[in-house]
Structure formats: structure tokens, C-alpha cells
Ligand binder design. Structure first.
Ligand code: AMP
Length: 360
């Protein structure tokens, strides 16, 4: 089976690493000459709107999937005429726009911060009055890793913010004083069978995920699965869908969804019976889903900007390196490490050892 992937970054690369043992081949459509997934399959180097190359991809592959959500709607619509596309155009339409996403949460009774659509500075001024400060303003589309957003503490922060963020549609959200951030990685098959990985505790630095630790018997697991199930059913979703939640007052508030494999699920490659990457491919290919059970304790640390010396990472017990083969650049995700252990105390010591390499 040949899988077409829109996007050729590290998520595409890890999909191919998981799918190759299943007998799958891969073609990646990505305009970047140095797309790091290209090492694992065919690279169609073209813009996402290039219909000639989209048609070539559709003719070559059995199905198409995505490694990022900001794919133009026309691209998805065009491909869908010729080849099965998972997740669906509708799932991508909702997930790439924070207004549609939060409106869906509200309609489904999934708690989320108070929010307002902002089309002008006047809208922002009015919404700040109704939602109150502090608040967070975010671009409706194309934001990632904390980019395209600003925390508003005072009236002075509000002035000129619409222009500062590019005079594009924005979403204003009430600021959530969360006690923690967790994510739930879910996978849903074509026949509706659904599985969930254990909730993951996430820590961010400068808006970028730094550390993910998989939980055991998290008290909010069932609640998170209930909320996620509503969304998966509503979208008739196929593939992996990641949910990011704020932990607040002993409950959860939904922050956002990502219609793809997710950074906070990278630990599953070594830490779960079947990884998020393999399960995404199983789901879109109509194959039986694999077990989402955790194997011992697991954590994942991102390498941002540069990967430490390979030998130093590998010198840490039960530490697995994932080097994306990308050029090092400040603020760029260039690799990660998964650490595993039988007990949490040992895991925490291993995490500290990796963190020491990052700081060094
Ligand atoms: P996002 O791009 O929406 O995932 O936001 C990036 C990070 O900003 C989140 O992981 C939170 O740490 C923080 N953040 C986003 N929205 C809010 C909010 N409404 N209240 C407090 N912190 C937020």
C-alpha cells in the first residue's frame, strides 16, 4: 500500500518509520527542498496548491493523509475527487480554525475558555470588556508553538493589538489559571472503533512543548475520553486526533485539537504497545487498531534548536534518540528523546539527565 502525506516534516518522517514495517510505501508532497521525511520515501517538491503535482500524488497512492492542519481547503477538496483522504475535509476545516473549533466544543458541551471572534480592533475592545483581563488573543488560523498569540494584561496591551497580529481574524480567550496541561491522543478507525492513550502531562517553555510525561490511572482520564468521544463522533473522524486540555478546578477545559499525530504522543514509539504513528496508519488504511497500553513509565523531551551530542544522549539508560535530520536553527524542533523506566522515581532521574544535556 502506498500512502501520500501532505507535508514532509518530522511527523511525516515518523509516520514512514512506523509504516515501512507494515509494507507501506510513502510519497510526501512538500515545497521545502530539505523536507526531512524525504529520506523515507518519494518527495514531490511542489506547493500545496499545485494541481498537477496533487494529481500525480493522487494517481500514485492508495490514500492521502496529512502531517499538518494548515492545508488549504482547496487542496483537500481537489485530492478528494481522486483518492480517499483521511481525516476528512470537514475535520480539517474545523481543526485549523480556532473559532470553528471552540464553537464545536461549546455545541457539544465540552468546557472551553470563554471566547469571542475578533474581526477588528473595535471587536477586540468590546470583547475585552465582556471577557475581562487577563485574556489571550490568538490568530484564528496558522498559529502553532505559541506563535500568533499574545497575553493581554492591561488596557495598554490591548491598544493596537489587532494590527500588531497582522489585521487578520483573531480569537480572544479568557485566561485560564490552570494547574496543569494534559493531552489525550485518540485514534478512530474507519468502522468507528476508538482507542485512547493514557493522558499525558505537558510542560511548555516559551510556548513550545518541552516535556511530556505519560500518566498512570489519571483521575481525569474518563472525563477526557468522554469529551474526545463527542468530537470524534461529531466529525466521523478517521485517524489520530490529539486533544489539548487545561486542568482546572479538578476538571478539564479544552484548549485545542490537532487532526494528526502530535508531539505529546511521541513517547508512544517506545512507550506504548502500538505507537500513535502506527495506529494512525492502521486507522486510515482500514486495518485493525493496535493496543494503546503503556509499557512502564515514559517521558519525552524535545530538542529545540539543536540536538545534544548523540553519544551523550545514548549514554543515558533506556534513552531513545530521534534525530530528525533537520538543519539546526533557534526555536526549531530538531529532535526528541524518549526515556523509559519501570518506576517514576527512576524516570524522573533520567529526565533530569536529558535536561542537563539540553541546558549544557
Ligand atoms: P495554544 O497554541 O493554543 O496551544 O497555546 C500555547 C500555550 O499557551 C498553551 O499550551 C498554554 O500554555 C498557553 N495558553 C493558551 N491559551 C491559554 C489560555 N486561554 N489561558 C492560559 N494559557 C493559555
Amino acid at each position: 500500500m502506498k500512502i501520500g502525506v501532505i507535508g514532509g516534516g518530522q511527523l511525516g518522517r515518523m509516520l514512514a518509520l512506523a509504516g515501512t514495517p507494515l509494507g507501506m510505501n510513502f510519497a510526501f508532497l512538500d515545497p521545502a527542498p530539505d523536507a526531512c521525511a524525504a529520506a523515507l520515501g518519494e518527495h514531490l517538491r511542489a506547493d500545496y496548491g499545485d494541481q498537477a503535482h496533487l494529481r500525480q500524488l493522487a494517481d500514485e497512492v492508495d490514500l492521502v493523509t496529512f502531517e499538518f492542519e494548515s492545508v488549504p481547503a482547496e487542496t483537500v477538496a481537489f485530492l478528494s475527487q481522486f483518492v480517499p483522504v483521511y481525516p476528512s475535509a470537514e475535520a480539517l476545516r474545523i481543526a485549523r480554525d480556532r473559532w470553528f473549533e471552540k464553537s464545536m466544543f461549546k455545541d457539544l458541551g465540552v468546557p472551553t475558555p470563554s471566547f469571542a471572534d475578533i474581526q477588528s480592533q473595535a471587536d477586540l475592545d468590546a470583547a475585552v470588556v465582556s471577557i475581562g483581563l487577563p485574556a489571550v488573543v490568538k490568530t484564528r488560523t496558522l498559529g502553532y508553538d505559541g506563535k500568533g498569540q499574545k497575553v493581554l494584561h492591561s488596557a495598554a496591551d490591548v491598544a493596537g493589538t489587532f494590527a500588531e497580529l497582522g489585521s487578520v481574524p483573531l480569537l480572544l480567550e479568557g485566561f485560564v489559571s490552570f494547574t496543569g496541561e494534559v493531552s489525550l491522543i485518540a485514534v478512530r478507525a474507519r468502522d468507528g472503533e476508538t482507542k485512547f492513550y493514557p493522558l499525558v502531562h505537558n510542560t511548555h517553555q516559551s510556548g513550545i512543548l518541552h516535556l511530556s510525561i505519560a500518566s498512570t490511572d489519571h483521575p481525569l482520564q474518563a472525563l477526557a475520553e468522554d469529551y474526545a468521544s463527542r468530537v470524534l463522533k461529531q466529525l466521523d473522524y478517521v485517524g489520530v486526533l490529539a486533544f489539548e486540555f487545561f486542568e482546572v478546578d479538578g476538571g478539564l477545559k479544552a484548549n485545542e485539537i490537532a487532526p494528526r499525530v502530535h508531539n505529546s504522543g511521541h513517547w508512544t514509539t517506545e512507550g506504548a504497545e502500538c505507537s500513535q504513528f502506527e495506529n494512525h496508519l492502521r486507522a486510515v488504511a482500514g486495518l485493525p487498531l493496535g493496543s494503546t497500553a503503556k509499557i512502564g513509565e515514559s517521558a519525552m523531551l524535545n530538542f529545540i534548536g539543536e540536538v545534544p551530542a548523540v553519544a551523550d544522549v545514548l549514554a543515558i539508560d533506556n534513552c531513545h534518540l530521534h534525530h530528525y535530520g533537520k538543519a539546526f536553527k533557534v526555536g526549531r524542533k530538531v529532535g526528541h528523546a524518549t526515556v523509559r523506566s519501570h518506576d517514576m522515581a527512576t524516570l524522573e532521574r533520567q529526565v533530569a539527565k536529558v535536561q542537563a544535556l539540553i541546558k549544557a
